[in-house]
Design a protein around this ligand. Structure first.
Ligand code: SF4
Length: 216
């Protein structure tokens, strides 16, 4: 019941918030697994507000593994230089494109273990791709999901990996995909890392505010 209430209340709270990066990508370019994958990789450790412009700049020029691989590394770096770690990310994009072309004829695999074998892909990216590109139940645990699930008192975990396993036990599979989207928007706007806006929070009554010291 608590999880359902949290999902319902966050759905209402976040309905007018800026959509998450991948939701914007799907809206603009369709549910293309390759585009979702490369935009996830570009977004790692970067703000969505910056990453969306970089994704759009890249996708204006190239939308397939072959087209991205055809961009020389120095040119790719220039296209994506506004995001953090752009040099490493340019290398990763090229490696992923090459790998997909060699192993899967340019297609993104729909199996978690195969996704995790792709260069630069960890559990967070693999789960986001499984959920948003293939609609397979998967909980993508990023910093927002990890932080807020613990603050709420739903779980008590130290790492995103522990969080994923703990959440799988308490959340109905039908909510696994949406859980990330809701908590990311809630985390970007209300339950911020420092000094969360508890006074504006629609799920305050359901929250144990674990380890929350200063609020607004
Ligand atoms: S009450 Fe505060 S700590 Fe709890 S979810 Fe809301 S904003 Fe976050």
């Amino acid at each position: 019941m608590t999880i359902k209430k949290i999902i319902d209340d966050l759905t209402l709270e976040t309905k007018n918030f800026t959509p998450t990066l991948i939701t914007q990508i799907i809206k603009n370019y369709g549910q293309d697994p390759f585009l979702i994958l490369i935009c996830c990789l570009l977004s790692l450790r970067s703000k969505d507000t910056v990453t969306i412009h970089v994704c759009n700049d890249l996708l204006k020029i190239a939308k397939t593994p072959k087209e991205i691989l055809a961009i020389p590394t120095d040119k790719l770096e220039k296209i994506i230089f506004k995001i953090g770690f752009y040099k490493n990310k340019a290398k990763t994009l090229h490696k992923v494109c090459k790998y997909l072309l060699e192993k899967y004829d340019g297609k993104v695999p729909q199996v978690e273990a195969k996704l995790l074998n792709l260069p630069g892909v960890g559990r967070k990216t693999a789960n986001l791709v499984l959920g948003l590109a293939f609609e397979r139940p998967a909980i993508c645990v990023d910093i927002h999901v990890h932080r807020i699930s613990n603050r709420l008192g739903l779980i008590k975990t130290k790492t995103p990996e522990e969080t994923e396993l703990a959440l799988q036990k308490i959340i109905d599979k039908k909510y696994w995909i949406i859980f990330n989207d809701l908590l990311v928007k809630h985390g970007q706007n209300i339950c911020t890392p420092t000094s969360p806006w508890c006074s504006k929070c629609k799920i305050k009554d359901l929250c144990k505010q674990v380890s929350v010291i200063k609020t607004r």
